[in-house]
Design a protein around this ligand. Sequence first.
Ligand SMILES: Cc1cc2nc3c(=O)[nH]c(=O)nc-3n(C[C@H](O)[C@H](O)[C@H](O)COP(=O)(O)OP(=O)(O)OC[C@H]3O[C@@H](n4cnc5c(N)ncnc54)[C@H](O)[C@@H]3O)c2cc1C
Length: 407
Amino acid sequence: MPAFNIVIPQSRPKRLEFIRELFPMHSGPDLSEDWQGGREEGLKRLALILPAQYGKTRNYLDGDVTHLSPYIRHGCLSLLEVIHHTKSIPASSRDKLLFEFAWRDYWRQVWYFVGDRIHSEMEPPKVKLERKALDSDIIDAKTGLMCMDNFVSELKGTGYLHNHARMWLASYIIYWRGIDWRLAAHWMHDLLLDGDQASNTLSWQWVASTFGSKPYFFNQENLSKYTHNRFCGTCKANCPFKESYETLNTTLFKPTSAPAKVTALARIELQEISQGLEHIVLFHDEMLSANNELYRSPKKKVFIFDPRFQKNWALKRLQFIADCLVQMPEIEVWVGDTREVLGTMQAGKIETQNTPNSELRAILTQWDVTYEDEPAIYSKKTQAKLASKGIVRFSKYWNEVSEEILN
Ligand SMILES: Cc1cc2nc3c(=O)[nH]c(=O)nc-3n(C[C@H](O)[C@H](O)[C@H](O)COP(=O)(O)OP(=O)(O)OC[C@H]3O[C@@H](n4cnc5c(N)ncnc54)[C@H](O)[C@@H]3O)c2cc1C
């Protein structure tokens, strides 16, 4: 189908319906009222963060976490401004939250550094990994384990999952079920409102011990504590987590000398495209805010819903993006292949925000592209130091950046 231009309705119910009808191949429930997309909602949430309580309660499912990730992921809020805001709150202990923001940046820097290699195993696994396909009882939330079924239902229903629940679910899938983490990571990514190639893939690798020194696992006592016994209290299943860490360590893990698995990625075919003279500012899905520097440009501004990038994303994620876009009225919104849209617009020169997304970068090589830097959270000197060290463990990265992030 040829590319076409759309106008997203201002009314939210009409907007949700419009996106649902426009993208019938994207499934799942509508985006809920609780998860309005866009900068306005992101700012409201930012104003409510509780850094001191966060440090004490973040591991609990009902803890004072921020729910900011979809807004940071889509650039409604920059990491720089959420760090600045956090530091402006007088709190006895806000370091834990700043530390977690740094985790997001760390994964992103790794992505910038190795590109698509994040989808292959970064290191050989430290324990034997089975490589089974993803089972339907997991996808359908019908394992019989109340905790895991609830996590999957929440993920499918809302697109959000608490960090601890993501860790438990990933560990269960990899070690108790023997599933290939790469398949499971894809599946989770496409359901998340904050789905991010680096944070998602590299967190799965951390659990799977292919980007970390040991496997991550848990037991019932741990899950029960941080959920206030919400699931275990009524679960009728024969609990596979009801053991000591020592016992689980011997039953779950076998030694291995297997090498790191390499994931083959599809090559992008670049066909000849006719160049024009138009100067276009391309807004990709990491820069959806009218506060972005590039939004001030007088040049034509464009966002493209391109099936290449949003292939299997849940419907609600596209609705979240539509919410963001109605707050950016100067943007022309298109549906179709990015190359075709830019060709139709007679693009010659393109400006956009820097991104590690190599697929987008490969497509844009056909034009004269300028990448504007993302708002930096530490100095050029620290950036250069990190670049010269290459990939290091988070602890070494933190040694370099903590001074500037915390003070
Ligand atoms: C298996 C797995 C998959 C994940 N996939 C994603 C993903 O696709 N996208 C994504 O943004 N995060 C991902 N995370 C990281 C983390 O779970 C989410 O960022 C966090 O749960 C989002 O909720 P929040 O905004 O309430 O976080 P909070 O706990 O309030 O943290 C504040 C912010 O810090 C950052 N942050 C916190 N913890 C982490 C972390 N462990 N890694 C990276 N950034 C962090 C996020 O930007 C988050 O919004 C994943 C973690 C795991 C274990």
